[in-house]
Design a binder for this molecule. Structure first.
Ligand SMILES: Cc1cc2nc3c(=O)[nH]c(=O)nc-3n(C[C@H](O)[C@H](O)[C@H](O)COP(=O)(O)OP(=O)(O)OC[C@H]3O[C@@H](n4cnc5c(N)ncnc54)[C@H](O)[C@@H]3O)c2cc1C
Length: 487
């Protein structure tokens, strides 16, 4: 009998495994795939390793919140950080003009004011508010996580669009400030200012790539868990969570094994978790509430291998928006896809001279691939391959406009679609970041780590916040049900 079984080895599951096994609990993590890590997974094509779900991380500078947490997780012994250009960690090409975001609160305002000389004071006010919201949020004040007041306060009940518009009448500046909505699958009138604030605050503190790939985080955590006596069982899909009349008792795996546990933590989507529970301990109203939540949009990604020593390494993330109205990318017509994309080089040692590879990511709805939904990886048919090929060529043609001659430097490319994400990480309809935090339903769309079953908990990107920062904090909150907070 385990003290805790964790379903899923995404970042949240591994971090819970680390905290609890370090505290001496008997822990097993059960993962359906052969590879651990969920969105931290990488894959190899053409001799190159590609990241699938972690490209840059904020708040990792010395003394910053995530840096302290990564130190607790003993990650710095295994991962190498590569700082993005501090004057331009992000470059935005919007309607043909270019804008840069700089690291540092003051530097951010000064840099952007070069493009908006008359708006420095407004940008400064925006930056201060971002910092204030982030620092006052439960994400940075874990004791406030059950504080319903926060989730019914201004940052949770204001849309990103209204938030940026509250600082300036300059519509172009509003668009630039909102232009990184792909980082949280933003919806103009729904996404919460609070989510926008914690993400932007983290990058303003320092933006980094992980040299060598995001899977180094997963492997470091996994090695520590095994050293602490924990177990990680791969190729072990949970198909049912068994309960008695009061609590959860065990998980049933696809191969028929039953693993008993005193407690269960689910690192998978709450909808998928509830589908595995056939008990009346979960009321219909709760099931309906969770099932009714919207998820963030999925994505289509082109993974590019460059010819050797041809493409100088770009130490900045490049966001493209076809139109000055950055929200115009949604809704889109697939015939005119994509209206926006995010282009990033991967690094295999800190700030290399040449890029080996890159990812080119567009937001894509599941409905665009839904006609192949009953197929499985590698067996989706020629028309699916043709669809992916056409989208990839269109995305690469768009890239060529901004980076002339890039196509001559591409050796090979691979693609993934919303179906790929659905099948590899089991997110609903391949959603990139899980549940959409909606300002119209701030409390309902913030799923708590506690469930209606006393010994069953959630962790991962679908609870308080997504991303490496959000998930890490979520893991601490979940584990605080068992052990004191480590920090
Ligand atoms: C394209 C993309 C780009 C991103 N870029 C960034 C970025 O640059 N910076 C950043 O901070 N964040 C980024 N994110 C977000 C970040 O990667 C995620 O928020 C985070 O990794 C999610 O972790 P998680 O713990 O919720 O688990 P997940 O990664 O969702 O993992 C869940 C795990 O559960 C397993 N599982 C599912 N069902 C079962 C079952 N029945 N039985 C057993 N196991 C099961 C899955 O196989 C998976 O391993 C990105 C995400 C995506 C998709």
């Amino acid at each position: 009998m385990y003290d805790v079984i964790i379903i899923g080895s995404g970042l949240g599951g591994l971090e819970c495994g680390y905290i609890l096994s370090k505290a001496g609990l008997k822990v097993a993590i059960v993962e359906k795939n052969s590879q651990i890590g969920g969105c931290l997974q990488t894959f190899k094509r053409f001799g190159v390793k590609f990241d699938t779900g972690v490209h840059y991380i904020g708040s990792l500078n010395e003394g910053a919140f995530l840096n302290r947490l990564f130190t607790y997780f003993n990650l710095f012994k295994d991962i190498e950080l590569s700082a993005l250009n501090s004057n331009a960690y992000d470059t935005y090409c919007i309607g043909g003009k270019s804008y840069q975001f700089a690291v540092g609160y003051e530097e951010f305002a000064v840099q952007l004011a070069e493009s908006f000389p008359g708006n420095y004071a407004e940008i400064k006010r925006y930056v201060q508010k971002i910092k204030e919201i982030a620092e006052n949020s439960p994400i940075y004040n874990l004791s406030r996580i059950n504080d319903a007041d926060f989730f019914t306060s201004y940052p949770a009940m204001t849309s990103v669009n209204d938030f940026v518009a509250s600082f300036t009448n300059n519509v172009m500046l509003q668009n630039v400030l909102a232009a990184n909505w792909p980082l949280y699958g933003g919806q103009k009138n729904q996404s919460q200012a609070y989510i926008h604030a914690i993400i932007n605050n983290s990058y303003m503190q320092g933006a980094y790539r992980i040299a060598g790939g995001g899977d180094t985080i997963a492997h470091s955590l996994a090695n520590s868990i095994c050293d602490f006596g924990g177990e990680i069982l791969t190729r072990s899909e949970v198909v049912e969570i068994l309960c008695d009349s009061e609590k959860a008792t065990a998980v049933r795996l696809a191969d028929g094994r039953i693993l008993e546990a005193k407690n269960i933590i689910s690192n998978i989507h709450p909808v998928a978790t509830l589908q595995k529970l056939h008990t009346n301990l979960i009321r219909k109203a709760y099931r309906e509430r969770i099932a009714g939540l919207s998820n963030t949009i999925s994505n289509f990604t082109v993974y590019i291998k460059f010819k050797e020593n041809r493409v100088p390494y770009l130490n900045s993330n490049f966001y493209y928006h076809e139109n000055e109205n950055v929200w115009n990318a949604e809704p889109y017509d697939i015939q005119h896809y994509p209206k926006n994309y995010l282009y990033m080089h991967q690094c295999y040692k800190a700030v290399p001279e040449y890029a080996q590879s890159a990812v080119l990511i567009g937001n894509m709805h599941y409905r665009n691939v839904a006609k192949w939904k009953d197929s499985s990886t590698g067996k989706r048919g020629a028309d699916y391959q043709a669809f992916k090929q056409e989208i990839a060529y269109r995305m690469l043609a768009g890239l060529e406009e901004k980076f002339p001659n890039i196509h001559n430097n591409i050796e090979a490319f691979e693609t993934s679609s919303p179906l790929t994400y659905r099948d590899y990480t089991a997110t609903c309809e391949g959603s990139t970041y899980g549940i959409l935090h909606n300002k119209n339903f701030p409390l309902q769309s913030t799923v708590a780590h506690k469930t209606k079953i006393p010994n069953l908990f959630f962790t991962g990107q679908n609870i308080y916040a997504h991303g490496i920062l959000g998930v890490t904090i979520g893991a601490l909150i979940t584990c605080n049900e068992f052990v004191p907070l480590p920090l």
